[in-house]
Design a protein around this ligand. Structure first.
Ligand code: NIG
Ligand code: FE
Length: 419
């Protein structure tokens, strides 16, 4: 594990802070030009213009020079290696916050994807294929795969990510999925209500009984969130409500999968229950949009899903113009969206969902943080976690302008270089 020391990142041509101020550009992006950022013990401790970083040093706020760094130990008896990183005028943004993934699973569904690209429709029932492969995998196999995914997320600039269970669908299998997810992230979601497993096909309400009873008991201590797939082919509004209320009753925060395959009850239910987020939001009525705009529930859009299922894209413009908070996430899973690339999601959202580059970058950083109700990530300001991405580009706009080009040059997570 790389160690977080003390780092001054300087000569940043464009610093996206997501911390707006009257003297900063870019509206909500709070852009500082010719900027510097200081990281210390995993946190951001100073943000400002490069010119003022010298002046601030005189008052003890930033580093004057390397000699100054050399003389300041981390704690009594410890020595620190100083690090001044000159990024040559390139752009720095907050680490991506991917608020929706399903990364603990066995197998893949490449053939299903190929069949879809040849004209077949996406159906929620495909989840059962992955359930069988996941049940057949050992803990160590799932753990090794997860480690590869996490390295891939870091390499693509994602520094905070949520992981859902939902490919176990038995008490023992759901328990191990949330437990394995908890080994790599604090943002774990119990999604026992992903789909009704084959063995309960004739008695879906009995499966819901299991989810709100023994399964929730086994999973709650590993999870922070509860989720339900409220959609035709998965769970009705009544079944979803039972699951979400049971989770809330034991202290889990609420998230909902809804309105993915058609208009439905997901958004209404999410808003009514005060969910942190309702995810997909592909098919929305005017009442859904108005309800989201009047609520604290974030509308999380998942461009990889529409890309990989050939569905129409959600209309982010309609939501943003109405006043809703929009997040972008990957929904990385083997069925509907096998991408973990937030830059890819940004490019698609800008091209096909009527978002500006600035809105898409905000939605994949600060928006993701809002969807997870986090204030310590998705933002570059003193006190926040030192999670930052250096782009091989002069501006955040290039993330959409140069689709498919690997622009993530370096990634700091908790102050340590992870990519
Ligand atoms: O978020 N919508 C429900 N669950 C996943 C898809 C899972 C799958 O197809 O395996 C999603 O898109
Ligand atoms: Fe999902």
């Amino acid at each position: 594990m790389p160690r977080a020391g003390r780092t001054l990142i300087t000569n940043i041509g464009e610093l996206v802070t997501n911390d707006p101020a009257p003297d900063r550009d870019g509206g909500p992006l709070g852009i500082i030009r010719d900027a510097a950022v200081r990281l210390e013990d995993g946190r951001i401790t100073w943000v400002g213009s490069r010119a003022s970083s010298g002046a601030a040093a005189a008052g003890g706020d930033a580093y004057r020079d390397a000699a100054d760094l050399d003389t300041r130990p981390a704690s009594p008896g410890a020595t620190r290696s100083p690090d001044i990183v000159d990024v040559g005028g390139r752009a720095v943004i907050p680490g991506f916050v991917d608020s929706h993934t399903h990364l603990v699973f066995g197998g893949d569904r490449a053939e299903e994807f190929a069949a879809r690209m040849a004209g077949r429709r996406y159906e929620a029932g495909g989840i059962r294929t992955t359930v069988a492969a996941t049940r057949a995998a050992t803990d160590d196999e799932l753990r090794a795969r997860l480690a590869e995914f996490v390295a891939g997320l870091h390499g693509q600039g994602t520094t905070t990510f949520e992981i859902k269970s939902g490919y176990g669908l038995s008490v023992a299998d759901e328990e191990r999925l949330v437990r394995l997810a908890r080994e790599v992230t604090a943002e774990v979601t119990f999604l026992g209500a992903h789909v009704v497993p084959a063995e309960f096909a004739e008695s879906p309400d009995a499966y819901v009984d299991l989810v709100v009873g023994e399964m929730l008991d086994a999973c709650a201590s590993h999870a922070k969130w509860i989720d339900a797939f409220c959609e035709r082919g998965a769970f009705t509004a009544e079944q979803s409500r039972r699951v979400l209320e049971a989770g809330a009753a034991v202290g889990l925060g609420v998230r909902v999968h809804g309105n993915q395959l058609g208009e439905g009850d997901g958004v209404r239910l999410a808003v009514e229950l005060g969910a942190a987020s309702v995810d997909h939001c592909t098919f929305l009525s005017d009442a859904d949009v108005a309800a989201l705009a009047a609520s604290d529930t974030v509308a999380t859009l998942l461009p990889g899903v529409e890309f990989s299922t050939r569905q129409p894209y959600p209309d982010a413009r309609r939501l943003i113009d109405a006043g809703a908070t929009v997040a972008l996430a990957s929904d990385c899973n083997p069925g509907s969206s096998f991408t973990s690339s937030m830059p890819f999601c940004i490019a698609v959202a800008v091209r096909d969902m009527r978002m500006t580059p600035a809105e898409a970058v905000w939605a994949s950083t600060a928006g993701g943080a809002a969807a997870l109700r986090r204030t310590d990530v998705g933002v570059i300001r003193p006190g926040a976690r030192a999670d930052l991405v250096l782009l091989d580009a002069p501006s955040h706009v290039h993330l959409a302008y140069r689709p498919g080009v690997p622009l993530v040059a370096s990634v700091w997570k908790d102050g340590a270089l992870v990519a």
